[in-house]
Design a protein around this ligand. Structure first.
Ligand code: AMP
Length: 397
């Protein structure tokens, strides 16, 4: 997630710059001013309560702000983060934002302060007033808004200064120059985030070897649940012993064992550019858990790759592997191969489909040789490191 607050006096250009940021990073946009104006228009209870204050250029109560925030955040369940415009406007609201971010298992990355002197604000707002149709864009109300800004809002800067999150931008520059400054800041923040990928595919599609090679090439941590279990067994840990028993009985390893192992791995892995998962998530429940864990560890929304190989070719591949030294015990008969393929079809495909509805799935043609498939996957991984490349959550975006 990328969470940014755009800060500055009325007329600093927060709204103008917001448009660009939300589009580029697919962020949920939270402009408390805009939401309030809508409430006014709809003559909702909230709007009625706020009208007089807004029209006088005052700040509406923090109680009202909390209510509209909750509503708006709930309306953006798949956002890659949030852009706050015109919030927080009081120190109390800054505390509210801290709580809110914690609740979402994330944090504010930075507060960008658009620095504009008072007279420039007044000039811009009077100019805007000629066309905006906003009842609060007239000189008397503007002066009052700026007074409120000085008294109640400016101190918020100290709050973020102390936390090392305040970044100043000269807001008197041209719109394009301000945009470039903001873009550079957002890009820096974005790069701090580890990326994440999930590689799906039928047995025999090459998903494991591709994921492993991608991890090596791009400095990602390779998380394969099967491999993690084997390591626990080899190390003779308590978990390893439990897994061994489950294996011997032909049972699946339950989430109570899998999840803490993944969590441990995410928490203990430092200095990587991201994580690549294979063999996990295997159920819809696990996919939700993974999303939560990734958010908690500050990772980007997972990019999902599905390596696509026609069934007949898979059978051929697995069958020819069974005649080499690389033969796996579960591939040594046609019946076993068919069972594994069918298992994937019945259990994993629905998970990919559902998970895909949330994040979108990129299909990779898996019929070429290893290098060709690797190149296709690589292009997707590289896009993750480019700003805005991955951060599309809707499948058709
Ligand atoms: P804006 O569009 O951000 O300039 O906001 C227009 C008006 O809405 C402000 O002058 C305030 O009356 C009210 N408002 C917007 N955001 C807030 C906030 N976070 N706290 C209190 N009042 C707000």
């Amino acid at each position: 997630m990328l969470n940014i607050a755009l800060f500055g006096p009325p007329g600093a250009g927060k709204g103008t710059q917001s448009e660009y940021l939300i589009d580029r990073y697919n962020l949920g946009y939270i402009s408390t001013g805009e939401i309030l104006r809508n409430e006014l228009k709809e003559e909702s209870d909230l709007g009625k309560q706020a009208r007089e204050i807004i029209e006088a250029g005052g700040l509406v109560s923090d109680e009202i702000i909390v209510q509209i925030l909750e509503k708006t955040i709930a309306a953006h369940p798949h956002a890659n983060g949030f852009l706050f415009d015109g919030f927080p406007r009081t120190t109390i609201q800054a505390y509210i934002l801290e709580g809110l971010m914690t609740k979402l298992n994330t944090q504010l990355d930075c507060l960008i302060n658009l620095d504009v002197p008072e007279e420039e604000s007044v000039r811009r707002l009077l100019e805007r007033g000629k066309t905006s149709g906003r009842s609060d864009d007239n000189e008397e109300v503007i002066r009052n808004r700026l007074k409120e800004y000085d008294e109640k809002t400016r101190p918020v800067l100290d709050f973020y200064e102390e936390r090392g999150l305040r970044i100043d931008v000269d807001g008197t520059q041209s719109i394009e120059a301000v945009r470039e400054d903001i873009e550079a800041i957002a890009r820096d923040q974005f790069k701090k985030r580890p990326v994440s990928l999930v590689v799906f595919g039928y047995p025999g599609s090459g998903r494991g070897s591709q994921a492993h090679a991608l991890a090596e090439e791009y400095g990602l941590e390779f998380i394969a649940t099967g491999k993690m279990f084997d390591e626990e067994i080899a190390a003779g840990t308590e978990v390893g012993k439990q897994v061994q028993t489950l294996y011997e009985n032909g049972d699946l390893v339950p989430d109570e064992i899998v999840i803490p192992l993944i969590e441990k791995k995410l928490a203990n892995t430092q200095d990587v550019r991201g994580f690549i998962f294979k063999g996990f998530p295997r159920t819809l429940v696990q996919s939700y858990i993974l999303d939560g864990l990734l958010k908690k560890h500050g990772c980007t929304t997972p990019k999902i790759l599905e390596i696509d190989v026609p069934i007949l070719e898979l059978v051929e591949r697995l069958e020819s592997r069974s005649r080499t030294d690389a033969c796996m015990p579960y591939d040594n008969s046609a019946a076993k191969i068919v069972r594994r393929l069918r298992d994937h079809e019945h259990k994993t495909l629905p998970v990919i489909e559902k998970y895909g509805e949330i994040h979108g799935v990129t299909k990779i043609d898996g019929t070429g040789n290893f290098k060709e498939v690797f190149e296709a996957c690589s292009a997707e991984v590289r896009a993750l490191f480019e700003v805005g490349g991955v951060e599309r959550v809707s499948p058709d975006a």
